[in-house]
Design a protein around this ligand. Structure first.
Ligand code: ADP
Ligand code: MG
Length: 567
């Protein structure tokens, strides 16, 4: 080896390594999933590069992953003939974490094992998970299409630093040798490895092979010492999951595939697998996660589907196929409608993309509608992603009504901060003669619940939606009606309770207004410029007065958002 140097891990890597090793002990088998997943990605990338440059295969287009172990030495070796890495790439990929939001994420970790394990799962551990089971890892890699002399050896004990050196490497691709910790030696076992490989990589397109040692037998059927021959046996199914017929795929396989695609530890809430033929030709497999990724609200957080064109992997995180308000959906899109050499730039111009996008949007919304039949699962979904879905009506006018049907609210019906009531529930409980859907927006649940604006509604038993999320006013400015019933902000404009009020009440109100004209005049003089108007109201039953915004005025939340944006 030449040009050897020792480098320090980026601080974030050190922190992650430390926390991961301590909190993922009971999940440690996932290291194999992560490494196989990387090897499969590397094969996908090479296949893609080879589309217009066959030579890059270096005569070896039979993409595969090999796993070997040595029980005595306590090692596991993973090998792929995928894209490989250059020296610079090795230093970048296996020395840093190049994702925005990483340090904020690390700050959330508390040192409390179970909590951290969950968070780290959301973050995705990747390559570094090898150090959960190994106290020494060697990576030998060479980028496909480079010279044999361009190999790189990376080595680390998973503490503060790693070394890199140039080496001679005959084959391209990556080989990873894990030297197992004393207490993880159980993984250097044929049976254990095989069952893990099946568990984690049946759905991966690339064959995962393990050596099978056979001894010849003599005439009496006894094994002959020293006659071992080794053949490679493919251990996984090695067909892309989404290509297989739905009827042949069981839930466990769908879940395992989700973990591969989404880099998540926990099971998805639901999924939807569809093959479409006709004007558009595509297969999609979309998932609703049960947990939010750490970068859900990051501007450049990972989102979108894994894109394949005719089974060839094209790119991760193709965000053009789903609207932003569905950015939590994970999965795969495989289509014949795009060309193999499509790029991110080309995707933005391709009219087929919009068609597929609107189809996938429908599928996602339908999937959520189905999920909503299961109250508990839907509540998990709503608590996790509800405020993202609330961006929907503003972004996607065409599907406004559908999205509105998926929203959940706090209301005076339950008077609970849990958002679990649908608009259909509300409409089902409307009073006779009630034509509108009433709502109030304020900062915080208690501010809505205790608002004096609700007094008359409570008295009359009319339900009001209690909106207290930051995004709610924005949402309501884009939702005008649901099932033909318009929305009314109870804190704005004149209050018209429609048919719910009878004639007598109205008359009485008018009389009161007349009788109090003098008082109104005096109050108005006293308040002067501070108010536009002073009116007698029948909104209140207990409180003497309240502040009301004109009907078309921007609400408090919106004003604050605009102010924050410097407007
Ligand atoms: P992720 O897979 O989410 O990007 P990882 O930590 O698993 O994160 O891997 C980091 C990066 O290292 C990968 O994105 C890839 O560029 C590189 N890498 C890891 N394993 C391999 C491999 N077997 N072949 C080529 N590149 C790899
Ligand atoms: Mg990975």
């Amino acid at each position: 080896a030449t040009h050897e140097e020792t480098l320090g891990f980026q601080t974030e890597v050190k922190q992650l390594l430390h926390l991961m090793i301590h909190s993922l002990y009971s999940n440690r088998e996932i290291f194999l999933r992560e490494l196989i997943s990387n090897a499969a990605d590397a094969c996908d990338k090479l296949r893609y590069e080879a589309l217009d440059n066959d030579a890059i295969f270096e005569g070896d287009s039979d993409l595969r992953i090999e796993i070997e172990h040595d029980q005595d030495a306590g090692t596991i070796t993973l090998r792929d003939n995928g894209i490989g890495m250059t020296r610079d790439e090795v230093i970048e990929n296996l020395g840093t974490i190049a994702r925005s939001g990483t340090s904020e994420f690390l700050k959330q970790l508390s040192g409390e094992q179970q909590k951290d394990a969950k968070l780290i799962g959301q973050f995705g551990v990747g390559f570094y998970s090898g150090f959960i089971v190994a106290d020494d890892i060697t990576v030998r890699t060479r980028k496909a299409g480079t010279d044999a002399g361009d190999g790189v050896e990376w080595r680390s004990q998973g503490e503060g630093e790693f070394s890199v050196a140039d080496i001679e490497l005959e084959r391209h691709g990556t080989e990873i040798v894990l030297h197992l910790k004393e207490d993880a030696r159980e993984f250097a076992d044929d049976f254990r490895l095989k069952s893990l490989v099946r568990k984690y990589s049946d759905h991966i397109d690339v064959p995962v092979r393990m050596p099978k040692v056979e001894k010849a037998r003599d005439e009496e059927g006894n094994e002959i010492e020293g006659s071992e021959t080794t053949t490679w046996e493919t251990v996984n199914e090695a067909t892309a999951l989404w290509v297989r017929p739905k009827s042949e795929i069981d839930d466990e396989e769908y879940k395992a595939f989700y973990k591969h695609v989404a880099h998540d530890f926990s099971d998805p809430l639901t999924w939807s697998h569809n093959k479409v033929e006709g004007k558009l030709e595509y297969t999609s497999l979309l998932y609703v996660p049960s947990r939010a990724p750490f970068d859900l609200y990051e501007r450049d957080g990972a989102r979108g589907v894994k894109l394949y064109v005719q089974r060839v992997f094209i790119m991760d995180d193709a965000e053009q196929f789903l609207p932003l308000y569905l950015r939590f959906i994970k999965g795969v899109l495989d289509t014949r409608d795009l060309s193999l050499n499509v790029s991110r730039e080309l995707l933005q111009q391709d009219p087929q993309v919009d068609k597929i996008k609107s189809a996938l949007t429908k599928r996602s919304l339908d999937m959520l509608k189905k999920l909503a039949k299961d109250d508990e699962a839907y509540q998990t979904f709503w608590n996790t992603f509800g405020s993202v879905l609330k961006e929907g009506p503003a972004e996607d006018h065409a599907n406004r009504e559908k999205i509105a049907g998926l929203l959940r609210f706090s209301t005076t019906h339950t008077d609970s901060a849990t958002q679990d009531q649908s608009l259909a529930d509300y409409i089902g409980r409307m009073k006779e003669g009630q034509e509108k859907i009433y709502y109030i927006v304020a900062d915080g649940f208690n501010a809505t619940k205790n608002s004096p604006h609700l007094e008359i509604f409570r008295k009359k038993g009319i339900e009001v939606l209690l909106l207290h999320d930051r995004i709610d006013e924005w949402l309501m400015s884009h939702l005008t009606e649901f099932e033909g019933k318009s929305f009314v902000d109870v804190a704005k404009g004149d209050l018209d309770l429609g048919e719910v009020e009878d004639e007598e009440e109205k008359k009485a109100q008018e009389e009161t207004a007349k009788a109090k004209e003098d008082l109104v005049k005096r109050v108005k003089e006293a308040l002067g410029e501070a108010v536009q108007e002073v009116k007698v109201t029948h909104r209140l039953t207990d409180s003497p007065a309240c502040v009301v915004l004109p009907e078309h005025e921007m609400g408090y939340q919106m004003r604050r958002i605009m102010e924050a944006a410097g407007q």
